[in-house]
Design a binder for this molecule. Sequence first.
Ligand code: EGV
Length: 379
Amino acid sequence: VIGEVGSVEEANLTELELAALESDINVADGHARHEPTPSQQRIIDRLPELFEQAASTPASELDREAQAAFLTSLGQASALRDAQALTCYSSSVAMEVFARALDAAGLRRVALIHPTFDNIADILRGCGLSLSAIQEDALADGRADVLDDAEVLFVTTPNNPTGTVLRQERLTFWGEVCAERGMIIALDTSFRGFDPRAQYDHYSVLVEAGVRYVVIEDTGKLWPTLDLKAGFLIFSDDIGLPLRRIYTDILLGVSPLILQLIKDLAEDASAGGLEELYRFVSGNRAILRNELTRAGMRRFPDADSRISVERVLVPPPGTATDLLHELRADGIHVLPCRQFHWADPTEGERFVRVALGRPPADIGKAAAAIAGRLRGRAP
Ligand code: EGV
């Protein structure tokens, strides 16, 4: 049984990810489930010492240090000077705080990127907000007319599952459009650590545009830390939303042990860890694409993606849901893309998503099974 409803079409993505945790080869969720690098392992080996350090440092100091180390490692240094930050258990908790604060302030119309991970739309709607879909392409083209009467523009960049990055000129454009219209611009940058093209200093662009902004940053996808992670809710001084009030309704803060771990892992990322991560993900992507190419697949929908998940085209008349069932019979769990297309689910039946943050041997097995199922059907 999957989730509360039992069918793949009706389940949300996280229910499908949960079902996949028990499978032989789980390439469903986007979390990091691979071997730590040697230097990450050395940090993990020091856990008791990190615990001591965390216990003897004031929590607010460690909070600031973890934020500083993380944001600096990803090119976002001006956030430390120009913005405020609230550390959350996860980026989804940050989303929930943001969505509730919008509702409390009476801002209810959100233009949201399409497709994107389903829980973003689900959290926003769950807090009473109404959504209009903005196609990823329209964002890249800079067609401001797509915004209609929205009060908030919400963009996932790099986007999940496509890997599409909102480039600096485009962020400038949308920031200025939102500033002119008195809108808030909101970004979910959970996957930025995989793609240097998403590491230009977003905060200086947003400040320059003079726009009110909220950015949700996330350590959760980057490192194999058994879900020890944090999400950062970062916002401009003039945001005008009760974010701190709603944040404190929900939590006092995250564990200083996690903050200490994030600080050390972020410093490691700055000292070469990010490059190692790029190489690792690109190696796994090559394993998958080579296998599919050998099976006659000639088109990769997100040729330029660098993030730790990869979409695979399902040749018609097959559907993602069919392929998912076939692969389950092989002991392989992927995600269908139906749910990512929150405004038009059938559109997503053309793709499945494969997680790449796994041991290469698992990627090899998943790739062989997918290639086996698609051989001779490739477009
Ligand atoms: C991905 C898990 C939540 C989420 C997975 C994800 N689901 N938080 N409801 O972290 O791409 O697989 O974003």
